[in-house]
Design a protein around this ligand. Sequence first.
Ligand SMILES: [Zn+2]
Length: 178
Amino acid sequence: MSEVVLEAIVLGSETRGEYDRLVHAYTRELGRVEARVVSGRKIRSRLFPHLMPGSRIFLRLAHKHQYTVTDALTEELVLFEAESPYFHIRFPRILALVRALTPPYFPDPRFWHALLSVMQTKNTDISFMLRLLGYDMSHARCGLCEEKNLFAFSLSDHAFTCSFCSSRFQESDLVFLN
Ligand SMILES: [Zn+2]
């Protein structure tokens, strides 16, 4: 079993099975990674405070068939340290876009640095992040009706939608553009 320690930005996590959790993070060396946090109350109480979405952390991962988190240490709690409520609403949308639109295990140092700079400057410009990820809004149209006036971006369809067509998507699937 090999272990690596990586600097990472936590994108989010979800339950996996009855007790485990799957953490999504973006790293310079591996790109977006998905790593398991095994069950066990002691492990969880030690690791979970460091795995908050929007944190910049040091992540120790063991690899055997898949990645497992063996340790985590917070370097910076960007989301929770920011004071503006506006930032608290918009920054999770940035994280959701990164999680949905970056391929797993595909390192992109330029994107890593861009993401760090977005976090440092607290830049919550959704169209800027979409452009970084390869979706330029300036000439885009609604993926369903071709309307020019865009309202949201669908995480599952990787397509823009107008306000009328957005009702055909679940709200959790949409990142609002304004
Ligand atoms: Zn439409």
